[in-house]
Write a protein that binds this ligand. Structure first.
Ligand SMILES: C[S@@+](CC[C@H](N)C(=O)[O-])C[C@H]1O[C@@H](n2cnc3c(N)ncnc32)[C@H](O)[C@@H]1O
Length: 282
């Protein structure tokens, strides 16, 4: 029985798993460990069936042979974990408000980078925290992810009501427009949306920005990378952090075993050493 005929999710054969594993590692850094065969098979099944392929081999060959890169992007979308939420890991936002923002002096605009922003909840949380703390300052958030699908969602910025549970009623009325009565979803208000610019960016490839950032959030993506890839990604992020600038990583992503040049501030928060520019008060 081939894959298109069967409804049961068949784990990939060892060789098929190896091929997908190598491809995912090479193209977006995903470190698929042995034992994930069933998960990978389940996540790719829709694409295999939808493309009318009879075997994983055929599917794999089509991705490798697709010069447009579209099939690869679809595979990345299927394999990557996009889970996120508003105010995720709230102590980061408290630290930002209590420790980082007061040290930012009079700088204007304030530029942040949310790397691996997924469907945007992190971006809009940052925007709300900054607008609350510095209502008259210009806020510019650069948001990036490898997934076009996640980026389109983030840009549309419409969230079903269940995904807005963590947002206070005051913030919902200040920064969102309700859709439906009673609301079924909320869309981020245009004024906030205007503060973010989105770009597709693969953290394991080389990239550049026209300026460095005082604050970078890169959370819950390095957890899927091996140590070598983490080092490469941290080096890239550090390069785009200004001296005195802060890097926030996910709480599950301790950098203790990773070699890097940043100062440890507290769990999941690092700072770039060197001459702190006049723009930093402390
Ligand atoms: C679990 S989400 C994290 C979202 C958010 N930062 C948070 O902490 O809630 C991980 C995101 O990393 C993205 N991603 C995976 N590999 C990537 C890569 N090589 N470059 C950029 N983004 C990547 C995925 O598309 C996904 O949206």
């Amino acid at each position: 029985m081939d894959i298109a005929e069967s409804d049961a999710v068949r784990p990939l054969a060892p060789q098929e798993f190896e091929q997908i594993r190598h491809l995912a590692y090479r193209t977006f850094g995903l470190d698929l460990k042995a034992g994930k065969e069933e998960l990978v098979s389940a996540r790719l099944r829709k694409l295999v069936r939808g493309g009318g392929f009879h075997t994983f081999q055929d599917y794999y060959r089509s991705i490798v042979g697709d010069r447009t890169g579209e099939s690869l992007l679809a595979m990345i979308d299927a394999l990557a974990t996009n889970h996120t939420s508003f105010l995720r890991e709230p102590d980061h936002f408290q630290f930002l408000r209590d420790q980082v923002i007061p040290g930012m002096g009079t700088r204007d605009p304030i530029e942040l980078w949310s790397a691996a922003c997924s469907t945007g909840e992190e971006v809009w949380t940052l925007a709300m925290v900054l607008n609350e703390a510095l209502p008259r300052r210009r806020i510019r958030i650069t948001a990036s992810d490898i997934s076009n699908k996640a980026l389109s969602f983030a840009q549309r910025a419409v969230y079903p009501v269940e995904r807005c549970r963590g947002v206070s009623a005051a913030w919902l009325s200040r920064y969102f427009a309700a859709e439906g009565r009673p609301p079924v979803s909320y869309q981020v208000a245009p004024a906030l949306r205007a503060q973010a610019a989105f770009r597709r960016l693969n953290l394991i490839e080389s990239y550049s920005w026209p300026h460095s950032f005082p604050i970078i959030f890169c959370r819950n993506v390095m957890i899927y990378f091996d140590r070598q890839t983490q080092e490469r990604v941290i080096a890239g992020l550090s390069q785009h952090l200004e001296p005195g600038g802060y890097l926030f990583v996910g709480h599950a992503e301790s950098l203790t075993r990773v070699s890097h040049s940043l100062e440890y501030v507290k769990p999941a928060i690092y700072r770039k050493p060197g001459k702190k520019e006049a723009k930093w008060n402390k």
